[in-house]
Write a protein that binds this ligand. Sequence first.
Ligand code: DGY
Length: 292
Amino acid sequence: MFHQPGLPLPARTDVDAIIPLVSQRVGEAELAGLPSLRVVANYGVGYDNIDLAAAARRGIVVTNTPDVLTDATADLALALLLTAARRLREGLDLARSGEWDGWHPTQLLGMGLQGRVLGILGAGRIGVATARRAAAFGMEIAYWNRSASPAMESEAGGQRIEDLETLLAAADVVSVHLPLTAETRGLLDAARLASMKPGSILVNTARGAIVDQEALAGVLGSGHLAAAGLDVFENEPEIPEELRDLPSCVVLPHLGSATREARQAMWDLAAANARAVLAGEEPLTAVSLPST
Ligand code: DGY
């Protein structure tokens, strides 16, 4: 069953596999309504929409779609970084307004990226791919991750900083690439946002709930942060008006993996995972319950 956005999962006794969207909650109640279910093949790499413990209790396998959307999402993170740093939203608004009065030397000056520090939160595949791209733009990479990442260090010259506050104070741009978990929810709270380097930029292509949206509007409004580029929001599809209205805030409707190639590959992988479980085989990309 490939499920439509915005609709709750219907209760059915004849369904043994579902491919939910990352926007759909698959919790205890939904699982209880699908007593024959054997596999939840999530259509996405993030699986914070699924209650893994509830699935495990019922012996239901959960899978996701890693790798196939890495490049698409890293490309979008770079697009947001460039858009925010070079004030492209304001430039587009000015060009479209019909009120542009011509070139002048101090118009919409942004941040040059060469030699700037990009602080990457989360050194998974997408974090590394984003860092690699930014390094090609001349940025220096610092990263914050539970453990050292050989890929981040060898592919992007990343330097690990173990203390989050130290990284936030040093980075010119912070880009979020963490999964949403109990530990990361609200990680960038008001205090941490205030501790970011003055004039710096925040990019989030991971999950909205990692950042306190109200506090972010505050630090953007006060000018403490120069700009933000956001693809994700806490209660999608709601995008807070304060963020939408700020000229320094670029907002997108969760487009990270939205290329034809990535979405097809996600579908192929989700379907292959579901088929494998139904055939009694190992799925290609199972998600395991985090150890407590
Ligand atoms: C994911 O796969 O988790 C993405 O957020 C969907 O674009």
